[in-house]
Design a protein around this ligand. Structure first.
Ligand SMILES: [Zn+2]
Length: 197
């Protein structure tokens, strides 16, 4: 028996242009897509996330997953059929933008149509957190991020200090966040050029 190989992929961070691309629809549900779903589930699990979009692991296809009440939902080519006018604001984080939180207004309720990994079409009605996670992930597939969605003055760096368990929120701006991640990415490139990885 071959050993079970880890399919955990590195999560792409802000600054990588793939996060700004509009992802392509899946045309054929082949082994590669099933493999992708498996990689996404494992990567999300290992990062303790509640949702993940394929472009967050470097694949520009319209596939996202979301965890709701301990269960994974796979959405291939998801479409929002309806979204409530009633909105609710809350803080959101993103695995691709660590240490940042954004206060984002989202529809309280949405209805989404998609295909699962077996190619079966399904619809879900999501409320509350599940609805928020789904809107966040579908945004990813359109190249939209929480730094674009944050309400005016609702974007923060999250700092945790050792002596204080409560994280501190420091107000910031989309431009500042983007520049900070770009600088980090360039630094990374610089160190890997020097060798040693
Ligand atoms: Zn995200």
């Amino acid at each position: 028996m071959p050993k079970r190989v880890s399919k955990v992929k590195r999560i792409v961070l802000l600054g990588n242009p793939i996060l700004r691309q509009v992802a392509e629809p899946v045309r054929r549900l082949d082994r590669r897509v099933k493999e992708l779903v498996e990689e996404m589930v494992q990567s999300m699990e290992s990062a303790n996330g509640v949702g993940l979009a394929a472009n967050q692991i470097g694949v520009p296809l319209r596939v996202c997953i979301a965890k709701h009440e301990g269960q994974y939902y796979v959405f291939i080519n998801p479409e929002v059929m309806w979204a409530s006018d009633e909105k609710h604001g809350d803080l959101e984080g993103c695995l691709s933008i660590p240490n940042v939180q954004a206060f984002v207004e989202r529809s309280v309720e949405i209805r989404v149509m998609a295909y699962d990994q077996n190619g079966d079409r399904f619809e879900v009605e999501a409320r509350g957190l599940f609805s928020r996670v789904l809107q966040h992930e579908i945004d990813h597939l359109d190249g939209k991020l929480i730094i674009d969605r944050a309400v005016e003055g609702g974007l923060y760096w999250v700092r945790t200090e050792k002596h204080n368990e409560e994280p501190v929120l420091i107000p910031t701006t989309p431009t500042e966040v983007e520049q900070a991640f770009l600088a980090m990415m360039n630094e990374d490139k610089h160190t890997s050029v020097k060798g040693k990885r």
